[in-house]
Design a protein around this ligand. Structure first.
Ligand SMILES: [Zn+2]
Length: 346
């Protein structure tokens, strides 16, 4: 009787490893196939160069600026160009599903509002729920925002809002205002006087800059209300459902909150039957470097939440009763394409 040759499991290990090495890039490519195309790198580079050039054209230093202020303006403009160029080169998403979808939504808005024809949308893989208008007509939309929206109508309103920022020249005028503030004679005199003080110099300087920051933030909220107002007028000219603008404002109240409960059960994680968690450990920790770090983190997180909400104009939505009184016929919101959206349309 023929006996089968003894199994040699060791023989298959290098074969399987080799197969895995050969196949894994193919599997990876297949998994990402809808989101990348072969020309993406070249397209991103071209897009980045084109946008940098348009920023140079759109941001022009005012003639009345001093030589020093003009230099500061040009430096800030170059910095914006560099940041935008890097963002496009490193994270612009030029896939076959989401990118055309965002372009299609933008085209529908521009068809109804030709004044927005000079704008273009760039979708990036950034997971933050955000969108912003650069100032040269370039509008950034982050994938994290798409994941937090419920339907195409809400995306359309976000794009209307960013187009409105461009049409109202908020970014370009904002840079002029910022440079003018810091090169204003009275402001410089205040800083000079504070610097000459023997005592409380840092406190005085901090108060001067805090005052500028407060005014800037207040003004920014005003600009958000202006953008919301113009955006809604543009939105009403499209075939998107007007009620979704209001729904979007409600959504932005919670869009940047974590999807899961992040509260930590200290008793479970830092205690066991033999060594139960003791509440006074927290008292001891209050004076430690960890407690300070926790407080700093909480403050930074709060600031981040505020700054994320501001660009979308959530504050501007609160007082816009006109939206609720709109007598336009109700339209059904258009759902997102059947792709990797987190939620389906409501
Ligand atoms: Zn805004």
């Amino acid at each position: 009787m023929n006996t089968p040759p003894p199994q040699k499991p060791g023989y298959w290990i290098p074969v399987c490893t080799a197969l895995l090495l050969v196949c894994s890039p193919l599997l990876q490519a297949q998994r990402n196939a809808p989101y990348y195309n072969a020309n993406a790198a070249a397209l991103r580079q071209k897009l980045a160069e084109k946008t940098t050039a348009s920023i140079q054209t759109a941001f022009r230093e005012p003639d009345q600026f001093s030589k020093e202020a003009k230099e500061a303006y040009r430096s800030a403009r170059d910095r914006i160009g560099l940041d935008v160029s890097e963002e496009i080169s490193e994270s612009a998403l030029l896939d076959d599903v989401l990118w055309p979808f965002v372009q299609k939504t933008h085209a529908a808005i521009v068809a109804a509002n030709p004044e927005g024809a000079a704008t273009k949308v760039i979708l990036t893989i950034n997971p933050t729920p955000n969108a912003y208008s650069v100032g040269d007509g370039t509008l950034f939309v982050y994938c994290g925002l798409l994941a937090g929206l419920e339907n195409e109508d809400q995306l359309a309103f976000v794009l209307c809002h960013e187009i409105a920022h461009y049409l109202l020249e908020h970014a370009t005028k904002g840079l002029v205002r910022e440079i003018a503030t810091f090169h204003d004679k009275a402001f410089k005199a205040k800083v000079k006087a504070a610097n000459k003080q023997e005592f409380n110099r840092n406190e005085q300087l901090a108060n001067i800059y805090k005052n500028v920051l407060f005014k800037s933030r207040y003004h920014r909220r005003d600009l958000e209300r202006q953008a919301d107002s113009l955006a809604y007028r543009m939105f009403l000219k499209t075939n998107y459902a007007p009620g979704q603008a209001q729904r979007l404002c409600a959504l932005f109240e919670t869009i940047d909150e974590p999807l899961r409960d992040s509260s930590l059960n200290l008793e479970t994680h830092f205690g066991c039957a033999r060594h139960p968690f003791q509440a006074d450990w927290l008292e001891k920790a209050k004076g430690s470097v960890w407690a300070d770090a926790q407080a700093l983190n909480a403050a930074a997180e709060k600031q981040m939440q505020d700054s994320l909400r501001t660009p979308t104009g959530a504050t501007g939505c609160n007082g816009s009763k006109r939206w609720r009184n709109s007598c336009r016929p109700a339209r059904r919101p258009k759902p997102f394409p059947a792709t990797r959206m987190r939620r389906s349309a409501t």
